[in-house]
Design a protein around this ligand. Sequence first.
Ligand SMILES: Nc1nc2c(ncn2[C@@H]2O[C@H](COP(=O)(O)OP(=O)(O)OP(=O)(O)O)[C@@H](O)[C@H]2O)c(=O)[nH]1
Length: 401
Amino acid sequence: MANKKIPVTVLSGYLGSGKTTVLNHVLNNRDGLRVAVIVNDMSEVNIDADLVRSGTNLSRTEESLVEMSNGCICCTLREDLLREVARLAKDQAFDYILIESSGISEPVPVAQTFSYADPDSGIDLTTLAELDCMVTVVDAHRFWNDFGSGETLLDRNQAVGEEDHRDVVDLLIDQIETCDVLLLNKCDLVDEVHLNELEGVLRKLQPHARLIRTVQGKIDPKMILNTGLFDFEQASVSAGWIQELQKESHTPETDEYGISSFVYRRRRPFHPQRLADFMTEWPEEVVRAKGIAWIAAKGDFAATLSQASASIQFGPAGYWLASMPKEEQEAVLRTEPDMRKKWDETWGDRINELVFIGISMNAADIEAQLDTCLVDDTELKQDWSQFENPLPWPIESIVKA
Ligand SMILES: Nc1nc2c(ncn2[C@@H]2O[C@H](COP(=O)(O)OP(=O)(O)OP(=O)(O)O)[C@@H](O)[C@H]2O)c(=O)[nH]1
């Protein structure tokens, strides 16, 4: 008979949010479950592993605490993660694997590690382990501070290396948008009104996750162990902005804390210069925006626009299907009925489709501002490649690829 796959829970969350505290609490209440722990720390000395050792009754002699230091399991130490999980799974000495990622790990690559056979190492974790639950710990006290800091990990000396230019806010958003359970920790340090507001925003950003308020990481271990919650397909579409896009119709609603969302949809491209100007004056009340933008510029491809607080990422997403040869269009439309439904007689799939999530947003006002960034009737007929275009638009790299 085939061995049962070992279930795995991954704890993510920005530096200092309380991952080790949660881990220790769960380990001290594990009710006889034989848990192997992998603790990833960016620094050379694995302080978190020491904290787990001193804070729990995890045996030192059993090989149940694996330290991964001086790197990050979502990138530089990913292969080590593969090997360790495979080893622990084959060992059959444990019922469960709990992984604490480093505070700067991105959850998607960690989750992917469990989803395919790695060609380099030959290890196929899909036959040995099963990702059960992705947990993200959020520091309720520091959240808005970190979210609105405008700092990069490098600014804070928290980067993987000199070439790691990630913004702190982008990491926070990634961790929130990809999880099954959101632990809103350090609730003792925030008053009820602010907690309710933060909870409202987190629910908008991540409607799929179970949201649990905690103090000192105290949760019932059942909430994060053997939950059966993780689903790779579901994880890739669980973010609030994707959910908003998928709604058939959207009735704008604002909750009591002024948190709302809307979708901006137009079948007319943005003038690159005017959109760039809008981006430099981005409305502060927008917490998160993401979607596809259509730019009247040289090169007929879609752009992605992703904003979180002060960080705006903008870049090419790929060619519009409408710019492909007719036969290719037909072939894709035959297999993707949703795309056919949205197909426009004149423009095909070209569209501006952006989701906005924010606090005290005036949707009508933002839509009106965006409308002034669209090309007008005269510009629509002009040669778009001649428009002033300050957008970071690496056409050459795309064309060469
Ligand atoms: N007031 C308060 N402090 C907390 C709570 N949870 C954790 N802490 C404290 O916050 C600090 C950071 O907690 P950790 O559990 O080490 O956080 P971490 O996410 O593992 O940190 P890194 O490993 O550095 O990313 C510690 O001093 C904890 O004692 C809480 O609910 N309330």
